[in-house]
Design a binder for this molecule. Structure first.
Ligand SMILES: Nc1nc2c(ncn2[C@@H]2O[C@H](COP(=O)(O)OP(=O)(O)OP(=O)(O)O)[C@@H](O)[C@H]2O)c(=O)[nH]1
Ligand SMILES: [Mg+2]
Length: 1047
C-alpha cells in the first residue's frame, strides 16, 4: 500500500478485490490516500486499528460493497462514507459513535449495518431513512427508546438491541411486522405489551437477562415463534396460554427460579430443545413423554432426584444432561454414563422390581494396632469382638454389615503398610466413608508428633487424594481410659484438629498473599503474567474451598464392652440413608452374587464369562430375550461401573486390556502390589530362592536387577506372584494393572526375544545419581546453552509415588525414540532430539514462601539446549504430564509451581527470579506481546521467549494464520457446519458470515479448504471468545491434534 500518488499503479493492484488491513499485529491511525488506486476492490477490512477518520479518496472506489471498521476510535460518523452508494455491508461496531448524519440515506443498497458497542444514547433517527436495510445491529449501546419512524424500515429482518438501557418494551417495534429476529437480552424489561402479536413474522426472540418476574403473557400470542430465550430472569411459572405457541422449537429458561417443572410445557409438542439449567426443579413429570420431538433436555444444576421410568421411550431424545442433581433414580454414576445408560437403567427398572437401597463403603485407616479390625468386626457382628494379639491384619480384611433391609456396608479394614499409600485411591471409593482410627488409651496429646502420626498425616493423605470424601475419627479402647482422661484427650484432639486446619489455611493465605502482591507489582503490559497470577490465585482458592470440614465429633468406642458402638452405628446408618439409590432388582441381585464370590469363591479375579453368569443369572427371561448380546454387554458394563464407583469391585472400563477382568478381592491385589513393591530385600530374596521356576544363580541375578536397577523381568514377576497361586492370565492382568496405575513401564530388552520383557519400577531404585552424569549434565549451565526449568513445590511432604509416577510417565515420550535414559533414586536424565532433560526430586531448603518449619519438597524438570522451540516442547509436555497425575491422583494436593528465570540459572544466581508456573496453563496469547520481561532479582530485562512458551509468545490470531494450511486441510465439512452452528448460537458470527462461508466451494464431500479458509479469516477479526469457542468445538469433535496446534 506504500504507493506515492505519482507512481504508476502496478497491474496486480488492479486485481485486488479484498484488502485486509486489520491491526492484529500492528495498528495504524490512518488509511493511505492512495487507497483509491485499488480501483477494483470490493471488500476492505481495517478492524482493530486506531482510525478516527477516513481518506477522502475512499469515495472513489465504485466497486466497494463491504467495509469493516470494527474496533477503531471513530467519534463522529465519517461523512465520506455517504458517498459510497454501492456499499452493501458496513461495520462500525466497537467505535465511539453517538450520532448518524441524515445523509446516510444515500446508501440506498445498504443491507447490513453493524453499530454494536458504540455510544448511542438515543436512537439515531437518520437510520430510519435506510429503507432497504435488512439487518441492523445496535447491541451494546445505551438506548432506552425507539422512535415510531422505525416502521419506515420495512425490510428489516434482523434487529439486535441487546445490552442497552430499555426498561419498557419499545412499542414502536411492534410495527415491524416483517422482523424475523429480535434480540433484546440484557436489558431491564419486565413486561411485553399485547401489541407484540402484530409482529407476525417474528421467529427468534431473545429476552434473556431482563427483569421479568412473571411470564409475559403477551408472548403467547406469537404463534409463529420458533425460538424463545428467557434465561436469567426471575420466572417461576408458565401460563396455560403457552400452548398457543405451537411453532416453538427451542426454549431457553436457564437461571430462573422454577421449583417444579412447568407441566404446561409438555403441551408444546413441537419443542425440540428445552433448557432449564440452574433452576430449583425437584421433579420431572411423566408428561414429559408427550414431547415426542424433544431432542435436547438440559437440566443440570437442579434438585432433581427421580427421572420417570417412562422417559426410556422418548425416542427423539438424544441429549439429556442431568449433571449436578441429587439423583437417586438413576444413581449419579449411571447418569454420568450418558443417555443410553440411563435408558438401559430405566428399562431394567421397568422389567424388574425397583429396590431402594444404600450400600456404603467404610474404610478403616490408622496406625497398626489402633483397634481397626476389632471395631470393624464388632460392627459386623453387632456384639463385642476383640482380635487376638497375633491377629495382625496383613493386607486388608473385607467384610459386610447389613444394618437394615435396605442399608448395607462394605467394609475395608486395612493393615498399616506403605503399599496402601500408593494404592488407596484404587481401593477407596469417593462416595465412601473414611474412619481414621486411633487408640484412645495410648494416645498422648502432650507427646510431640503423636497427633501427626496417628491422625494428622492420615487426614492430609486422604484429603490430598480424595478431597471431597467424608472423614470421621474413632478413638478405640474406651474401656481402658477413665472418663476425665477421655474428655481431656478428646478436647486436646479437637484443638489439634483446629490448629491443623488453621495451618493449612495459613499456607493457602500466604500463597494467596504472595500472589496478590505480585499482581500489584506487575504492569498491565505484562498481561500474560497478570493472567498467570490470577489463575494461580483462583486455583489456590479452589483448593482451599475443596477442603471439607471433617466430622469433628470423635466417636469413642470400646470393642471390649460395646460402649459407644451404638452411637457409631446410628451415625453410619444415618449417613447411608442420605445416599439411598433406586436400583433395578436384577442389579441388586447381581451385586449380591459378586459379593458372595468375594467371600466364598476361590477365584482371585473374575473373568468376563463368570461375570456374565453372575449378572445375568437372575435376569428375568423376557428381559433376556428382548436384549441383544451387545445390549447385554453394555448393561453388564453399566452395572460394573456402578459397582466400581461404589467400591464393591475394582474395574477399569476405559482400558481395553483390563476390561475383561474384575478385581473383586482387594486383598489379592494388595498382596501382589506388596510383593513387588516391597523394599525388604530379605523377603524378596527368600521368595526368589523358594521359587520352583528358577535356579539359585538366576535368583541372585534377578535380585540384583530389582534392587540396583528397579527392573522386574517377566520371569521375576511370575516368581514373586508364585505364592498367591495366580494363573498366567491373572499375572498378566496384574502387570497390566500396574502399568495402568503408572507403577512401572514396560521395556522390550531384546528386540529378537519377545519374551524378554521387563518392567521398570522407579519405586525400587536405591542408587544415587551416577557420577558420569556430572559431565553430561554439569551443575553449571555450559556456555551457549540455555536451561528452562519448572519447579513444583509441595509443602512438607512429597506425596508417595508422585515423582515415581511422573518418572514412569516419561517413558511414553522417551521409550519410542530409543533415547538415552538414566535413572537414579531421585531423578532421571534423558537425551532427546535437540535437547537434554533432567528431572529431580529433592527437599528444598531455600523455599520461597515457607510457612511451616519443614522444608518443602520440589520436583524440578530442567531442559537444556540451544533450540528454544524443542526445549519448550519438552518442558510443556513434562508440565502437562505432571499436572495430569496431580489432578487424577492428588486432586486436593497443595502445591505451588514456578518457572525459574533462565538468565539467573545461567548466572548461577543464588536467588533466581521465579515466574508463576501458571504461565504454562495459559492457552491463548494476548495480541500485544512484550518482547522483554524484567528479571526482578537481577534487574535486567530478558527476552520474553525465555519465559513464555512459543504459543504464548504469539497471539492466537498469529497461531491461526501460521497453522492455516493444516486447519484448512483437516477440518472436514460436517465438522465445519457444526462449528458454524455453535458460533451462531454464541452470537460470535452473524448469519450472513455463516452464509458467506457456506457459499465457498468444497473439494469433495469431506474436504472444504476454501470454506475453512474463509471461516478462519472471519474468526481472526473477532474477540478472544472466538478462539475459546474454536478450541471447544475441536475438543468436542475429538480433533485433539488440531486443538494442540492452535492452543
Ligand atoms: N481393651 C480393648 N482392647 C482392644 C480394643 N480394640 C482393640 N483392642 C485390642 O488391641 C489390639 C489391636 O487391635 P486390632 O483390632 O487388631 O488393631 P488393628 O488396628 O486392626 O491392627 P493392625 O491390623 O495390626 O493394623 C488387639 O489386641 C485387640 O484385642 C478395645 O476397644 N478395648
Ligand atoms: Mg487389623
Amino acid at each position: 500500500m506504500q504507493l506515492s500518488p505519482q507512481s504508476k499503479t502496478p497491474d496486480t493492484v488492479l486485481e485486488w478485490k479484498y484488502i485486509y488491513l486489520d491491526g492484529i499485529t500492528r495498528k495504524t491511525d490512518n488509511l493511505l490516500e492512495s487507497i483509491d488506486k485499488c480501483r477494483n476492490v470490493e471488500n476492505i477490512s481495517a478492524s482493530s486499528n486506531m482510525l478516527s477518520s477516513l481518506p477522502q479518496s475512499i469515495s472513489n472506489l465504485p466497486h466497494l460493497t463491504e467495509l469493516n471498521l470494527y474496533n477503531n476510535i471513530f467519534t463522529a460518523f465519517p461523512i465520506v462514507l455517504c458517498g459510497l452508494t454501492n456499499l452493501k455491508v458496513l461495520c462500525l461496531s466497537g467505535n465511539l459513535l453517538s450520532d448518524i448524519p441524515v445523509d446516510i440515506s444515500r446508501l440506498k443498497v445498504l443491507g447490513i449495518f453493524y453499530l454494536n458497542h458504540n455510544a448511542f444514547t438515543t436512537f439515531p433517527i437518520a437510520l430510519c431513512g435506510l429503507t432497504n436495510l435488512v439487518e441492523l445491529y445496535l447491541s451494546g449501546n445505551q438506548l432506552s427508546d425507539i422512535p415510531v419512524d422505525i416502521i419506515r424500515m420495512e425490510e428489516l429482518s434482523i434487529f439486535t438491541l441487546e445490552s442497552n438501557a430499555f426498561t419498557t418494551f419499545p412499542i414502536a417495534l411492534c410495527g415491524l411486522t416483517n422482523l424475523r429476529k429480535l434480540y433484546l437480552s440484557d436489558n431491564q424489561l419486565s413486561d411485553i405489551p399485547e401489541d407484540i402479536t402484530r409482529m407476525k413474522g417474528l421467529r427468534i426472540f431473545r429476552l434473556s437477562n431482563n427483569a421479568f418476574t412473571t411470564f409475559p403473557k403477551a408472548l403467547c400470542g406469537l404463534t409463529n415463534l420458533v425460538e424463545l430465550y428467557l434465561a436469567d430472569n426471575q420466572l417461576s411459572d408458565i401460563p396455560v396460554d403457552i400452548t398457543r405457541m405451537e411453532g416453538l422449537r427451542i426454549f431457553w429458561l436457564n437461571n430462573n427460579i422454577f421449583t417444579t417443572f412447568p407441566i404446561i410445557l409438555c403441551g408444546l409438542t413441537n419443542l425440540m430443545h428445552l433448557y432449564l439449567v440452574n433452576n430449583q426443579l425437584s421433579d420431572i413429570p411423566v408428561d414429559i413423554t408427550r414431547l415426542i420431538k424433544l431432542e435436547k433436555l438440559i437440566l443440570y444444576y437442579n434438585n432433581i432426584t427421580h427421572l420417570p421410568p417412562q422417559m426410556r421411550s422418548m425416542e427423539s431424545l438424544t441429549d439429556l444432561d442431568v449433571a449436578y442433581n441429587p439423583l437417586v433414580q438413576p444413581p449419579k454414576d449411571i447418569a454420568s454414563r450418558g443417555l443410553d445408560a440411563i435408558k438401559r437403567y430405566l428399562d431394567a427398572l421397568a422389567d424388574t422390581k425397583a429396590i431402594q437401597s444404600s450400600r456404603i463403603q467404610i474404610n478403616f485407616l490408622g496406625e497398626t494396632e489402633a483397634g481397626k479390625t476389632s471395631i470393624s468386626r464388632t460392627l459386623q457382628l453387632g456384639t463385642s469382638a476383640l482380635t487376638k494379639m497375633a491377629d495382625r491384619t496383613r493386607v486388608v480384611e473385607q467384610g459386610t454389615w447389613e444394618a437394615d433391609e435396605d442399608i448395607g456396608f462394605n467394609i475395608n479394614d486395612f493393615g498399616g503398610h506403605d503399599v496402601y499409600k500408593i494404592g488407596h485411591p484404587i481401593f477407596i471409593s469417593n462416595r465412601g466413608l473414611v474412619l481414621i482410627t486411633f487408640n484412645l488409651s495410648t494416645y498422648d496429646p502432650e507427646k510431640e508428633g503423636h497427633y501427626q502420626l496417628h491422625i494428622g498425616d492420615w487426614i492430609d493423605k486422604v484429603q490430598a487424594q480424595m478431597p471431597g470424601i467424608q472423614i470421621a475419627l474413632i478413638g478405640t479402647h474406651l474401656d481402658r481410659v477413665s472418663t476425665p482422661h477421655v474428655e481431656r484427650k478428646c478436647s486436646a484432639i479437637t484443638r489439634q484438629l483446629e490448629d491443623h486446619a488453621n495451618e493449612k489455611k495459613k499456607w493457602y493465605q500466604a500463597q494467596k498473599e504472595t500472589c496478590e502482591n505480585k499482581l500489584k507489582e506487575i504492569t498491565e503490559a505484562q498481561e500474560s503474567l497478570h493472567q498467570a497470577y490470577q489463575s494461580k490465585a483462583a486455583h489456590l482458592q479452589t483448593l482451599y474451598g475443596q477442603i471439607k470440614p471433617i466430622n469433628w465429633h470423635i466417636f469413642k468406642v470400646s470393642s471390649e464392652t460395646y460402649e459407644g458402638v451404638p452411637e457409631l452405628r446410628d451415625y453410619l446408618v444415618s449417613f447411608a440413608r442420605t445416599s439411598a439409590e433406586v436400583l433395578p432388582g436384577m442389579w441388586v441381585d447381581a451385586a449380591k452374587n459378586i459379593c458372595t464370590k468375594k467371600i466364598e469363591g476361590s477365584e482371585n479375579t473374575l473373568g468376563w464369562e463368570v461375570i456374565e453368569d453372575l449378572i445375568l443369572l437372575n435376569a428375568p427371561i423376557p428381559w433376556r430375550e428382548k436384549n441383544s448380546r451387545e445390549e447385554k454387554d453394555r448393561m453388564i458394563c453399566d452395572i460394573l461401573t456402578f459397582l466400581a464407583h461404589r467400591g464393591d469391585i475394582i474395574w477399569f472400563d476405559r482400558c481395553p486390556s483390563l476390561m475383561k477382568v474384575v478385581f473383586h478381592k482387594q486383598e489379592v491385589l494388595v498382596n501382589v502390589l506388596k510383593a513387588v513393591l516391597t523394599h525388604d530385600q530379605g523377603e524378596v530374596s527368600q521368595k526368589l530362592q523358594k521359587s520352583m521356576k528358577i535356579t539359585r544363580r538366576k535368583a541372585l541375578i534377578i535380585e540384583e536387577e530389582i534392587f540396583s536397577r528397579g527392573i522386574v523381568s517377566k520371569q521375576a514377576m511370575s516368581c514373586l506372584c508364585e505364592p498367591f497361586k495366580l494363573s498366567t492370565t491373572e499375572v498378566d492382568a496384574m502387570t497390566e494393572l500396574m502399568k495402568k496405575l503408572k507403577l512401572c513401564y514396560q521395556v522390550q530388552e531384546d528386540e529378537s526375544l519377545p519374551s524378554n520383557t521387563s518392567f521398570h519400577f522407579p519405586w525400587l531404585l536405591t542408587e544415587e545419581r551416577q557420577p558420569e552424569l556430572d559431565t553430561k549434565w554439569p551443575s553449571k549451565v555450559p556456555p551457549d546453552t540455555t536451561q528452562l526449568t519448572l519447579q513444583v513445590f509441595v509443602p512438607y511432604r512429597c506425596p508417595d509415588g508422585l515423582y515415581e509416577k511422573f518418572s514412569v510417565h516419561q517413558h511414553k515420550h522417551l521409550g519410542l525414540l530409543k533415547t538415552l535414559r538414566m535413572d537414579w533414586k531421585d531423578g532421571v536424565y534423558a537425551e532427546l532430539e535437540g535437547c537434554k532433560m533432567q528431572v529431580t526430586r529433592e527437599q528444598n531448603q531455600t523455599n520461597p514462601d515457607a510457612v511451616s518449619q519443614d522444608p518443602d519438597w520440589v520436583i524440578s524438570i530442567a531442559v537444556r539446549g540451544s533450540r528454544l522451540l524443542d526445549m519448550w516442547r519438552v518442558l510443556t509436555q513434562g508440565h502437562s504430564d505432571l499436572m495430569d497425575i496431580i489432578n487424577e491422583d492428588w486432586p486436593g494436593l497443595s502445591y505451588d509451581k514456578y518457572l525459574v528465570c533462565p538468565h539467573c540459572v545461567s548466572e548461577d544466581s543464588e536467588h533466581p527470579t521465579l515466574f508463576p508456573g501458571e504461565i504454562l496453563d495459559q492457552v491463548i496469547g494476548n495480541s500485544s506481546k512484550p518482547r522483554q520481561v524484567p528479571c526482578v532479582n537481577t534487574g535486567v530485562s530478558i527476552p520474553a521467549d525465555l519465559v513464555y512458551p512459543p504459543h504464548l509468545a504469539m497471539s492466537w490470531q498469529e497461531v491461526l494464520l501460521k497453522e492455516n494450511p493444516k486447519l484448512c486441510e483437516n477440518i472436514t465439512e460436517p465438522c465445519l457446519l457444526d462449528m458454524l452452528n455453535m458460533f451462531l448460537q454464541e452470537g460470535i458470527i452473524t448469519d450472513r458470515e455463516a452464509e458467506t462461508v457456506k457459499t465457498e466451494p468444497s473439494t469433495d464431500r469431506v474436504k472444504c479448504p476454501k470454506k475453512v479458509a474463509v471461516f478462519l479469516d472471519i474468526l481472526i477479526k473477532k474477540c478472544d471468545g472466538a478462539h475459546v469457542t474454536l478450541c471447544q468445538c475441536l475438543q468436542e469433535q475429538g480433533q485433539t491434534d488440531l486443538l494442540e496446534l492452535i492452543q
